[in-house]
Design a protein around this ligand. Sequence first.
Ligand SMILES: Cc1cc2nc3c(=O)[nH]c(=O)nc-3n(C[C@H](O)[C@H](O)[C@H](O)COP(=O)(O)O)c2cc1C
Length: 160
Amino acid sequence: MPNVLIVYFSHGGNTRKMAEALSASVQEGGCQVTLKKVNEATLDDLRAADGLLLGSPCYFGDMAAPIKQFIDESIQLFGKGELVGKAAGAFASTGGIGGGGELTILSMLHGLLIHGMVVQGLRKGGHFGPLAIGEPDQRVNDECAAYGTQFAALVKRLAA
Ligand SMILES: Cc1cc2nc3c(=O)[nH]c(=O)nc-3n(C[C@H](O)[C@H](O)[C@H](O)COP(=O)(O)O)c2cc1C
């Protein structure tokens, strides 16, 4: 069974709840999930994963520093192209509409695209990846469910 690594930073729990909702839907979609706080995730976790989901709160219109640090440390996998062709996506929690949530997601996606990863978008809902405003509500849970299902399908296709 393909393995999806979900790495997140969360101070207040909103992003963690999204990570947990995504974990449930990715598993329902037929993938194994390794769910880790960013300070517990390692380069070997990345190497072992068939797909990666990164989650961060929006801090000053961008990802939180620990997530940026994790992406920066992934340079060690860049030289040999160890992440090329693997599935990727990002999700974020923000304080308010217009607060920079989409920028936060896109900012995380920059690094994943530079690695040569294949990014899953979302046709209905948050087009760039699941996005919550404050505490995740039913809309966000539905979005995470839909995204997780599509992401699992992509991971399975790419890993086949
Ligand atoms: C240092 C800091 C910077 C923040 N900057 C923004 C911001 O630019 N825009 C915004 O909408 N919310 C901002 N927020 C609010 C958080 O994005 C929001 O509360 C989020 O849901 C927190 O996620 P968490 O519960 O996973 O920690 C900021 C919060 C902190 C602590």
